[in-house]
Every structure is written in structure tokens, then in C-alpha cells.
Ligand binder design. Structure first.
Ligand code: ZN
Length: 438
């Protein structure tokens, strides 16, 4: 994995310069010979750690943390005979079988919780899709400005450490933007799914570690989630999911091998977790609240539903003086609908103002499809309480890594404090909402 065709020099970003700011580009060659494009903060070191050739344990001692997110994995899926590398990694560290994703159990908010250590009422990111009142539209929270709390990435950079993001999904690359010292720009992107396959993502992670060697690397592996979502046939769903699990295990195995053969393992903390779990709905168990709300004379035309698979976020857009009775009616209609589990005010779930006026969860085996019954055709969904259990373990060769099993209910929000402990970061303003698991 030799560096090739380095095109370092600073330049002003030509793509959305306002959001990306000054950056430089690095082109490296991955294991399969493919060209990998990274962007880097202006002035970031681009030629460090070039001694990291596989087989030579000659890298400098330093603190290293790697967060590997197996997107959408269930805790029972990692650590079986199908996933021997993940099982070995888990058994080398501390496992948290009671671990949980946090509301809303979606990809963007839980990745933000991992990197900030705070809940959505402080981060500004409660769900994947929300109703944006100022723009009067439903949109993904995929802009760098949507994330309103300092991440551990920026906080490490300020202390002189270097960081990297290798995020397979376009919207994750979007929201984390140019925060990290080095960012992989995901490619190739699978049409419709909007993510890069795990083999490419891992090529990028390996290149980033071996050639740029950031102190912290944050990796999202998207195949398990996308295989869970995108296959519609049912009979092949299990086979596709199994294939994705076997493949992600192979990819994680490549990463651990690299850490060991390059001499980095003894300095490394490797956190493996999922952002949420996955639940599969029966074809006839679909909930569409928008038509039911629009059929009510009091509510018609004044409720917007931001659908998040297993959770619907309802926003009242009518006159403020009719809001209180309208919310009561919205709650009653939702609770009277087959498949609805519960209705919550956003504050109960610590979601903040962006989550709208009411959050509706579905039962296990159901999904929301809004605004229309055909809007969400995919059987695999998450966002509801059935998808809270996640795999979570803290491994690696660092002396702070403990072994065994903990009964503590680790959560996605615990990742930032865990990373912070390794690097001696103080608490952010207002403190963390999570707990260090080192
Ligand atoms: Zn996800």
C-alpha cells in the first residue's frame, strides 16, 4: 500500500467552498490498486507515518482510537461462528451486552451522539429526517451546520491531535463535513442506497491509518444496514444479510491484522458498535398517519409528518392558538391506529425543538410509511424501541482496555467520553451525557 501520486498543495475548495472551507486533496492508492480520494484540513501533515508498511513494526508510539460502526447490526449477529474476527476482537476486550441505541434510533443522530457525547436536545440532531420550519420542508439533517455541539473530533484537533473520518454514507459525510483533519470522500456510491460498499470503505480506512495515521479514526460500514433495507423479496433477505455480515467480519479482520502487523495494536483502543439495530415488518403491517390526520376536520392540511421508518415526527403547522387541542387530537388519532406503540413529547426523549411536536413509535414488526402507504416500501426499518439493542465492545491492545463482560447499559452517547478518557480531554461545556467505558 505505497503512497502514490500525492497531490498535496493547498487550494480553496471548489465544491461548496462555504461549507468546506480551505482544504487540500490527497490521492492515495488502496490495497486493490484503486485510487482513493481524501481531503485534508489546510496545513494538515500529509506525509507522516510513511513507515507503516505491513510487516514492519516500526511505527511511533502514540495514542490511537478507532471507532468502527457496523451500521444496523443486531447484538445477536456479531460474535457468532459467522463472524469469527469480530468475536475474537470482542473477546479480547470488554463486551457490553446490554448496550442501547438512543432516540431516535436512526443513523445520523446516533453517529452525532457518538462523536459529541451529548443527547439531541444539545446536539441539534434528533432524527435522520425532520420538518424544517424555517424552510417549510422535510429534509435530512445532512449539513455541517445542523450539528451544533463540538465533536470530540474538533476538540482533539484543537489539542494538536489528528483525526480522520471514513464514512460510507453520503449524509454522514455531509453532516460531519470538514471537521476531521482527514476525510475520505465515499466512492463508489451505490445508486439508491447512497453508500459505498464495505470493501471500499475498509480500503480507505486502511490507507488512512497506514499512511496518515490520525490519532482518532471514525469509520461507518454501511452494508449490513443497506442489505437490511434494500432487499424486498423476503426469501433472499436473510441470505443477503448473512453475506453482508460475513463480509463486514472479513473487513474488520483486515483492520485488526493491519493494526497488529504494523505495530499499532499495543497503542490502540478499538470500539465496535452499531448505531441502531434492525427490525423487519410484515407486508401488511404498515402505518400511514398522514392520511388519517388529513381526514380529521380539525387537523386537515396543518400537520406535517417526517417519517423515520420506525418513528414518525409530527409537526403542527396551523395557528398557534389551536396547537394544544390539535396536539391532543393528533395523539388520540395516532394511539387509535393499529401498529402504533406509543406517543411522546420530544422533551421526554431529550430530542429538542427540531423533532417537531410529537414523536410516534411503531410496534415491533411494523413500519411507518408516510406521507402515503407506498412512500416506504422497504421491510427493514429502525427508529422504534425494538431496534434499541446494539452490539458494543471496547477492545484493542492498549493497557487501559479491560477484558470481560459488563452488565452496564452502554449507549452510543458513551463513545465520545471513552475517546476523551484515552486522550485526556476535559469535559465539554455542560458536561457529557454519556459515560466513559474505559
Ligand atoms: Zn444506521
Amino acid at each position: 500500500m505505497a503512497p502514490a501520486d500525492r497531490t498535496g498543495g493547498d487550494e480553496t475548495g471548489t465544491v461548496d467552498a462555504g461549507a468546506l472551507g480551505r482544504r487540500s486533496f490527497l490521492r492515495l492508492t488502496g490495497a486493490a490498486g484503486a485510487s482513493l480520494l481524501f481531503s485534508a484540513a489546510a496545513g494538515a501533515p500529509s506525509t507522516q507515518a510513511l513507515t507503516g508498511v505491513a510487516g514492519q513494526a516500526s511505527v511511533a508510539r502514540k495514542r490511537r482510537a478507532y471507532v468502527l460502526v457496523v451500521d444496523g447490526a443486531r447484538p445477536d449477529e456479531l460474535g457468532t461462528a459467522l463472524t469469527p474476527h469480530l468475536r475474537a476482537l470482542r473477546d479480547a476486550g470488554r463486551n457490553f451486552p446490554a448496550a442501547r441505541s438512543l432516540p431516535v434510533m436512526e443513523t445520523i443522530p446516533n453517529h452525532v451522539m457518538m462523536m459529541t457525547g451529548v443527547r439531541p436536545d444539545r446536539s441539534g440532531v434528533p432524527a435522520n429526517a425532520v420538518y424544517d420550519r424555517s424552510e417549510q420542508t422535510i429534509r435530512d439533517l445532512d449539513r455541517p451546520s445542523d450539528l451544533r455541539f463540538p465533536t470530540v473530533i474538533e476538540r482533539l484537533n484543537r489539542k494538536g491531535f489528528t483525526t480522520g473520518t471514513v464514512l460510507s454514507k453520503e449524509y454522514l459525510f455531509g453532516i460531519f463535513g470538514t471537521r476531521a483533519t482527514y476525510r475520505w470522500e465515499p466512492a463508489p456510491i451505490v445508486p439508491v442506497s447512497g453508500h459505498a460498499p464495505d470493501a471500499f470503505t475498509m480500503d480507505a480506512a486502511l490507507s488512512m491509518v497506514e499512511e496518515l495515521d490520525p490519532n482518532l479514526v471514525f469509520v461507518n460500514l454501511g452494508d449490513c444496514d443497506r442489505m437490511g433495507h434494500s432487499d424486498l423479496t423476503g426469501t433472499t433477505l436473510q441470505a443477503a444479510r448473512t453475506a453482508a455480515l460475513v463480509d463486514v467480519d472479513t473487513q474488520v479482520g483486515r483492520f485488526v491484522d493491519m493494526l497488529k502487523t504494523s505495530g499499532r495494536w499495543r497503542d490502540s483502543v478499538v470500539i465496535v458498535l452499531a448505531d441502531h439495530s434492525m427490525d423487519w415488518s410484515d407486508p401488511h403491517q404498515i402505518i400511514s398517519l398522514q392520511p388519517a390526520l388529513d381526514a380529521d376536520p380539525m387537523l386537515a392540511g396543518n400537520v406535517v409528518v417526517a417519517q423515520n421508518g420506525g418513528a414518525d415526527l409530527l409537526s403542527w403547522t396551523g395557528p398557534a392558538d389551536r396547537r394544544a387541542p390539535a396536539l391532543r387530537r393528533m395523539r388520540d388519532i395516532a394511539l387509535a391506529t393499529d401498529g402504533v406503540l406509543s406517543v411522546h413529547e420530544p422533551a421526554q426523549l431529550r430530542l429538542g425543538d427540531n423533532a417537531g411536536d410529537l414523536v410516534v413509535y411503531c410496534r415491533s414488526g411494523w413500519r411507518f410509511s408516510d406521507p402515503a402507504p407506498y412512500s416506504n416500501p422497504i421491510p427493514g426499518n429502525h427508529g422504534h424501541p425494538a431496534t434499541q439493542p446494539i452490539p458494543f465492545f471496547v477492545s484493542g491492545g492498549h493497557r487501559l482496555v479491560r477484558q470481560g463482560t459488563s452488565s452496564a447499559a452502554a449507549r452510543t452517547v458513551d463513545v465520545a467520553p471513552t475517546v476523551g478518557t484515552l486522550f485526556g480531554l476535559g469535559d465539554p461545556r455542560g458536561g457529557y451525557d454519556g459515560t466513559s467505558r474505559l
